[in-house]
Design a protein around this ligand. Structure first.
Ligand code: HEC
Ligand code: HEC
Ligand code: HEC
Ligand code: HEC
Ligand code: HEC
Ligand code: HEC
Ligand code: HEC
Ligand code: HEC
Ligand code: HEC
Ligand code: HEC
Ligand code: HEC
Length: 350
């Protein structure tokens, strides 16, 4: 029987220590033998040995040539073996092509840098890439990949949930808002692990990346807010988490006044909702079917809060006709009372 590289996972726990001792003993005993004899003897030893189900993730102690895989026996515990995804062997390892990576069959020294060795079979995905992830560029493929095989997808050393946060900060507990894919450690939804044409290893240019999931943010046929239209989502949003709601980079309205004149700063009279930063009670930050990114048409915008009947009763409103409320009033702030755009004499007489 061949000592299975991928031991079945449902087997009983056997004493790993005992196996380790057998393995070490064999090595000592047969250190002068040829590979073939070692293999025969070990096969004899391992014949009849129950499947070493307890090994799960651990590399086999010896391969079927008796080559030492690891001389350190994993700790023996009574914890039952839980169901894991199947262990996937790296094909050149399973096919015993040790020397496709190692200097010789008898040395675990690599034949070259990891980049040289790995890219002798795999396409060099770093070549011609503008942005390279430092551990990949530095030939530390094994910071993320188990070179012989692994029970994780893509032969990673750890589950994807902790692959990146081993070196980078992960989601923090104090954030006011947290992006769902970040909170669930789905870093790969946005980043490439190796290299990219985009800054910060993004899989696509930032705006396209955001819109690939948020398809409804910029509906076709609407008036779009210029920075959103040009894909500058990151001028207003954090990609991971924020101390503001909705992943906002800055509090509103400070965020808006990064680009727009601060009309509140020096005005004598300020409109309640503008002063309190409720810009979104009138504007959509991204797009609208209305002019000026307004969320409701015409007077409805104002009569949402100011009772329509009350407004009709204002003497100065009697001859307003079809004029918009903001033909006479500044919706944000003014140096005139009642937020009038021009002094009452003109404002009141259309
Ligand atoms: C795809 C390339 C590749 C193949 C094929 C390969 N290895 Fe390795 N092996 C590695 C790398 C990479 C390391 C880690 C080296 C390092 O960290 O410097 C390693 C490490 C080892 C080690 C050190 C202990 C350990 O597990 O980390 C041993 C022993 C070893 N390999 C044996 C083998 C044997 C035996 C074979 C053939 C059955 C084999 N390897 C096939 C790439 C390979
Ligand atoms: C002798 C050729 C060979 C060498 C050298 C080699 N690989 Fe592979 N590798 C393969 C083959 C064949 C496959 C399976 C087919 C595939 O997925 O491309 C594979 C698969 C993989 C996969 C799994 C792909 C997936 O998505 O499941 C990873 C990861 C990987 N190799 C990483 C490495 C790393 C890291 C090294 C260097 C330490 C390396 N390979 C060296 C031949 C090689
Ligand atoms: C920071 C972690 C990390 C490092 C470092 C890393 N990889 Fe990967 N690799 C991954 C992840 C995660 C995947 C899964 C595929 C994906 O989502 O792009 C992957 C996929 C792969 C694949 C299969 C899919 C493909 O893109 O062809 C190969 C082959 C591979 N890596 C080889 C390497 C080699 C060679 C190196 C070193 C030069 C390396 N990796 C360094 C994390 C890493
Ligand atoms: C072994 C440690 C390590 C692991 C694991 C790791 N990284 Fe990195 N990462 C680094 C280092 C080092 C840098 C470079 C830091 C710097 O330049 O300040 C970096 C940089 C980055 C950058 C910024 C790149 C740039 O151009 O500014 C991103 C994005 C990134 N990593 C994402 C990831 C993701 C996603 C994963 C998981 C797939 C991951 N990292 C796993 C070490 C790691
Ligand atoms: C929704 C997409 C998205 C997800 C998910 C995501 N990131 Fe990012 N990440 C970005 C964007 C966009 C940037 C660039 C930010 C910028 O340029 O201001 C970035 C930047 C980074 C940087 C560079 C930081 C810096 O200041 O240079 C690192 C490191 C990083 N991300 C790691 C991670 C890790 C680790 C995860 C998973 C826990 C993750 N990212 C999940 C989109 C994402
Ligand atoms: C992989 C898909 C994906 C990508 C890419 C993505 N997002 Fe998200 N985003 C989500 C999901 C899922 C939610 C949560 C939606 C929900 O709860 O209804 C979300 C929520 C948000 C929210 C609301 C957060 C809150 O607290 O309510 C904002 C803002 C946001 N994303 C902005 C962005 C930006 C900016 C980008 C580009 C850097 C981006 N998203 C890229 C999936 C994505
Ligand atoms: C001018 C600043 C700005 C730009 C540019 C911007 N956003 Fe926003 N976005 C906001 C603000 C502010 C909110 C919160 C609005 C609120 O509280 O009602 C928001 C909310 C969101 C939400 C959550 C919507 C909801 O109803 O919960 C998503 C998703 C989102 N933005 C995605 C994007 C994407 C994708 C882009 C790029 C195409 C983008 N944003 C560009 C300012 C901006
Ligand atoms: C990154 C810069 C930037 C930020 C931040 C920004 N804007 Fe804009 N905004 C623009 C540009 C550029 C235009 C188009 C030029 C113009 O009409 O002034 C515009 C246009 C507008 C318009 C439409 C003007 C019109 O008459 O059609 C409104 C309304 C608006 N922005 C509101 C906001 C609000 C509310 C915020 C904060 C949530 C904000 N903007 C944040 C750059 C920005
Ligand atoms: C009560 C509704 C309302 C509120 C609240 C409001 N706006 Fe407006 N906003 C309007 C209307 C109506 C217009 C068109 C005004 C005009 O033509 O005089 C406008 C126009 C704009 C414009 C483009 C014209 C200009 O003045 O540059 C910007 C930028 C703008 N608003 C930003 C903001 C910001 C930032 C906030 C939050 C501090 C805000 N608005 C709050 C109703 C409102
Ligand atoms: C989100 C609710 C809301 C919306 C929408 C709104 N307002 Fe107001 N408005 C207020 C509040 C609150 C006050 C301050 C309390 C008050 O004086 O009644 C105010 C005050 C005013 C005043 C000053 C009243 C005075 O006595 O000084 C005028 C004028 C005004 N609004 C006009 C408008 C116009 C024009 C619109 C539409 C562009 C509008 N409002 C939309 C809530 C709103
Ligand atoms: C033709 C110009 C004009 C138009 C159009 C107009 N207003 Fe006025 N509004 C005025 C003037 C002038 C006053 C000041 C009257 C006064 O001081 O007695 C005023 C007063 C107000 C007041 C304060 C009322 C009070 O009792 O003190 C509010 C609120 C108001 N307008 C909201 C609106 C809304 C909402 C609209 C749209 C439905 C609107 N206005 C349309 C000119 C106009």
């Amino acid at each position: 029987m061949r000592h299975d590289l991928n031991p079945p996972r449902d087997g009983r726990l056997v004493s790993r220590a005992a196996c380790a001792l057998i393995a070490i003993g064999c090595l000592g005993l047969f250190s002068g033998c040829t590979t073939e004899t070692r293999y025969r003897w070990l096969s004899t030893f391992f014949d009849g040995v129950p499947p070493p189900g307890g090994f799960t993730n651990a590399p086999p102690l010896v391969d079927d040539e008796g080559f030492p895989m690891s001389l350190i026996a994993p700790a023996v515990t009574n914890v039952p073996v839980t169901v894991r995804p199947p262990y996937v062997s790296h094909p050149p390892y399973a096919d015993r092509e040790c020397t496709s990576c190692h200097e010789s069959k008898f040395s675990n020294k690599l034949a070259g840098s990891q980049r040289t060795v790995c890219f002798s079979c795999h396409d060099d995905f770093l070549e011609n890439m503008a942005v390279k992830h430092l551990p990949a560029e530095d030939s530390e493929c094994t910071a993320c990949h188990a070179p012989h095989g692994s029970p994780e997808p893509h032969m990673t050393t750890r589950p994807l949930a902790t692959l990146c946060t081993e070196c980078h900060d992960g989601p923090s507990s104090g954030a006011v808002s947290q992006h769902k894919p970040y909170a669930s450690a789905n870093c790969l939804a946005c980043h490439s692990p190796h290299a990219s044409a985009e800054a910060k290893l993004l899989r696509q240019p930032a705006g396209e990346l955001c819109l690939s999931c948020h398809k409804t943010v910029l509906p076709e046929g609407q008036v779009l807010h210029s920075p959103a239209e040009s894909g500058e989502c990151l001028t207003c949003h954090q990609p991971h988490e924020s101390d503001q709601p909705k992943l906002a980079k800055l509090p509103v309205p400070a965020m808006c006044f990064e680009c727009h004149d601060n009309f509140l700063e020096n005005a004598a009279f300020k409109h309640g909702p503008a002063e309190s930063g409720e810009c979104f009670s009138c504007h959509n930050p991204h797009a609208s079917v209305e002019k000026h990114l307004l969320i409701r048409p015409g007077r409805e915008l104002c009569t949402e809060c100011h009772d329509a009947a009350d407004m009709d009763a204002v003497p100065a409103h009697q001859r307003q006709g079809e004029r918009l409320c903001w033909d006479c009033h500044d919706p944000h702030a003014s140096d005139q009372e009642k937020l009038l755009k021009t002094p009452p004499a003109t404002g009141a007489q259309p």
